[in-house]
Design a protein around this ligand. Structure first.
Ligand code: TRP
Ligand code: SF4
Length: 437
């Protein structure tokens, strides 16, 4: 199986995806005041989230980064990522938002001018309206940020065509802008660790699993440009290995010096193997060791990237039952929908109700198959007790779909009209977020 970031497949079998692609199970235990998506299991997987958890719990610097694709208007499914961004911002993250205008140009035939218009009107105003704060937050355009494109170009040296084809399924007819755009995304994700943008620090990218190929490519390239790798050896010790052939002995010596200042004391160096074994390190020290090595790499002229972390959210079902797709307007709530239009879509949505009232009273409904419930779960009902009550009364047959839909439709109407009001207020704040280079 291959994940294609530009197809419209939904990938619903999350457990299988996790196993097949080596994605880890996301465990939010211990995160302070998790937002409702996190509390309610909407995030099903991650790569390298340990680094982010550690940063949050120990008040270290970290970045949350996302990109928006300015090809269609923002819908309620797109809201899931920005809700997470806002949560991590509240936990101290610095925020970067890439407007993927190069990708929209390369893959969706949108001009850079159109992309700018869509990004501002449909996404950025909504981000602000939804609660994104301007402090430690910048929104930039891929096409305008030299550092992003240069980094994508520079890092592309360590990926070859056959790997790109294996990841993305590119063919002879694929245009080169399309081939280049994933490397621009690599540039998005890693440029925030350049000195000018704050230096190496853990970076979380919340995405739908369709973006996992980009995350794999980026993590591979981040690692490929590291000078050191830290691994468990066959005899159970942690070893620091120098990967290239330059400055090997010096790097090993400096690493030993830095590690001995950070609580380790039993070392064994094998210059021939380009290895430094740390005999008093435990497996869970691996992150601390890596963090100690990063500043050394900077001194020796490297990037010293932390591997970027990812968190994968589930996709929302379309309101009409199948896929949520902007090409089927009834299947999706657009954030710029008129409130009454949004409410009407909810009233016409597919529920998990039984075929007759009588049946439903007897056997209950199926909230787990109900798109109205899904809206309440991810977006409309803030209070956990209320949500549990909706779930249980639906199951027990006390709650009927007609009334339930009216209730959710009203919540949607209120949400959309409130959002529209905030969007109007957001307009004169845009300049606090946008960086034009
Ligand atoms: N490819 C992403 C999409 O299709 C957009 C994107 C560009 C992005 N750069 C990014 C997402 C960096 C996350 C991080 O939606
Ligand atoms: Fe969905 Fe509500 Fe009907 Fe249950 S009662 S199936 S939650 S609409």
């Amino acid at each position: 199986m291959r994940i294609d970031p530009w197809s419209s497949t939904q990938y619903e079998d999350y457990a299988r995806l996790r196993d097949e692609f080596g994605i880890q199970t996301y465990d939010p235990t211990g995160l302070p005041n998790p937002c409702k998506l996190i509390r309610r299991g909407a995030i099903f997987g991650h790569r390298g989230f340990e680094l982010i958890k550690d940063a949050i719990m120990n008040r270290k610097r970290f970045v949350i980064l996302t990109g928006l694709m300015p090809s269609g208007n923002m819908h309620i499914g797109n809201k899931m990522v920005i809700d997470q961004v806002i949560y991590y911002q509240s936990q101290g993250a610095e925020v970067f938002v890439a407007v993927a205008d190069i990708e929209a140009y390369a893959t969706r035939d949108i001009s850079l001018e159109e992309a700018k218009e869509i990004a501002i009107e449909s996404y950025i105003l909504n981000y602000i309206a939804l609660g994104l704060k301007p402090d430690n937050c910048e929104i930039y355009f891929q096409s305008k940020r030299e550092a992003v494109k240069n980094l994508g170009y520079t890092l592309s040296k360590k990926v070859n065509w056959s790997e790109m084809k294996a990841i993305y399924g590119f063919e002879d007819s694929t245009n080169m802008a399309h081939v280049f755009s994933p490397l621009v995304q690599v540039g998005d994700i890693l440029h925030v660790q350049l000195e000018r943008y704050g230096g190496p620090r853990p970076t979380l990218v919340p995405v739908g699993v369709d973006q996992d190929p980009h995350m794999r490519l980026t993590r591979n390239l981040a690692a490929a440009f590291r000078f050191f790798s830290v691994k468990e050896t066959a005899d159970g010790y942690l070893g620091v290995f120098v990967k290239g052939d330059e400055n090997v002995n010096e790097l090993l010596d400096v690493a030993q010096g830095a590690l001995s200042e950070n609580g380790f004391s039993e070392f064994d160096t094998n210059y021939g193997y380009k290895a430094l074994y740390i005999k008093d390190a435990k497996n869970e020290d691996i992150y601390k060791i890596d963090a100690t090595l990063i500043p050394i790499e900077l001194k020796f002229g490297g990037y010293g990237f932390y591997p970027p972390s990812s968190a994968y959210n589930m996709f929302m079902s379309g309101l009409t039952g199948g896929k949520m797709s902007s090409s089927i307007p009834e299947s999706v709530i657009m954030l710029n929908d008129e409130p009454e239009v949004g409410a009407k879509k909810v009233k016409n949505a597919k529920t998990g109700g039984a075929i007759s009232l009588e049946e439903q009273k007897k056997h209950g409904g199926k909230p787990e198959e109900c798109t109205v419930y899904e809206l309440m779960l991810y977006h409309l009902v803030e209070d956990d007790d209320e949500l549990v009550n909706i779930f249980e009364t639906c199951k027990s047959g006390e709650r009927m779909c007609g009334e339930c839909k009216n209730y959710a439709a009203q919540l949607m109407e209120d949400f959309l009209s409130n959002l529209a009001k905030k969007r109007r207020a957001a307009r004169n704040k845009i300049s606090e977020y946008l960086v034009w280079e």
